[in-house]
Design a protein around this ligand. Structure first.
Ligand code: AMP
Ligand code: ZN
Ligand code: FE
Ligand code: FE
Length: 290
């Protein structure tokens, strides 16, 4: 029975760029048969309390966040995402880094709006800010503003033609150095897992040697099954995880209607969850199997 539990360790709510409130997200997850849910909003823990409060009795919640990071290889800045699980949300260093990233995301989105305006694409920062509803601002909010203003027909076109780093309006975020981020998550008692390490569709990815250095720096897991990674990527990530003694996870990266991905389209195995939970952490899962 326990081997068939659905475990989805990477989802977003309205606390960042998802479209479901934390309460609705946990409700939908329970309805989808998910037993263990990871809530990993970008650069914030603001959704944890509501998700915990409204957690259906059948479910367990793994609190987390997804941190925007960068690796500089000497020539190129490669953007990468680090999931952190079960860290202490009150840890001062991690808390101030999250605040810095959120503030940078706001000014960056504002500058992207300005860049578009200068080119006759008329969306307003007020509209984008309203769409973000006080949560972490991201390009998905810009995409929605572009759709509502009739500039593009859908999210995909918004990203391809306007919001991609190649389109000319893009402004880079002041992301955290990935090795510093790993150290911060660890020192806050959390578990750092490298999100979608081979999602090339989003831009350049780091090579195996960098992942090895991340592992040496305290990384504990690699996301293997993810909608943006094809079978070859998954096989590669899986081999790498074995080689480096990293825990392989799987998840949907659900964003509500901001992305076509459904809840639990990719999941984590019971064994991987057990391996994660065997490690010492500042927080324990909330609910059913805590
Ligand atoms: P940001 O963190 O503000 O740069 O925005 C990146 C977010 O946009 C990612 O977390 C994805 O959720 C989303 N995203 C990136 N590319 C696409 C795409 N082609 N279609 C829909 N969402 C995307
Ligand atoms: Zn997102
Ligand atoms: Fe991500
Ligand atoms: Fe994500």
């Amino acid at each position: 029975m326990s081997s068939s539990r659905l475990i989805d360790l990477h989802t977003h709510s309205t606390a960042s760029d998802g479209t479901d409130s934390p309460a609705l997200l946990v409700e939908k997850a329970a309805a989808a048969g998910i037993a263990v849910l990871g809530l990993t909003d970008h650069d914030t823990t603001a959704g944890w309390a509501e998700a915990a409060e409204r957690l259906p009795s059948s479910m367990s919640l793994i609190t987390g966040a997804e941190f925007s990071c960068v690796y500089f290889d000497g020539t190129r800045r490669i953007s990468l995402h680090l999931l952190g699980y079960l860290f202490d949300p009150d840890d001062a260093m991690l808390q101030s880094e999250r605040a810095r990233l959120r503030e940078d995301r706001r000014s960056r989105a504002r500058r992207m709006v300005d860049n578009m305006a200068a080119d006759g694409i008329d969306i307003s920062w007020e509209q984008v800010n309203d769409l973000a509803g006080g949560g972490t601002v991201g390009r998905p909010h810009l995409a929605r503003a572009l759709i509502l203003s009739g500039v593009v027909p859908d999210i995909d076109t918004a990203f391809r033609e306007v919001l991609s780093s190649r389109a000319g309006y893009y402004v880079r975020k002041a992301d955290t150095d990935v090795f510093a981020a790993i150290a911060m998550v660890r020192s806050a008692g959390g578990l750092p897992v490298f999100a979608h390490p081979l999602a090339r569709r989003r831009g350049p990815v780091v090579d195996d040697e960098v992942v090895a250095r991340m592992a040496a720096a305290g990384l504990v897991g690699l996301e293997i099954d993810h909608p943006d990674q094809d079978d070859r990527d998954r096989a590669h990530a899986s081999r790498l995880a074995d080689e480096l003694n990293l825990i392989g996870t799987g998840s949907s990266d659900y964003h509500g209607s901001n992305k076509p991905t459904g809840l639990a389209v990719n999941t984590t195995s019971e064994a991987a969850l057990e391996a994660l939970l065997a490690l010492p952490t500042a927080r324990r899962p909330i609910g059913a199997l805590a």
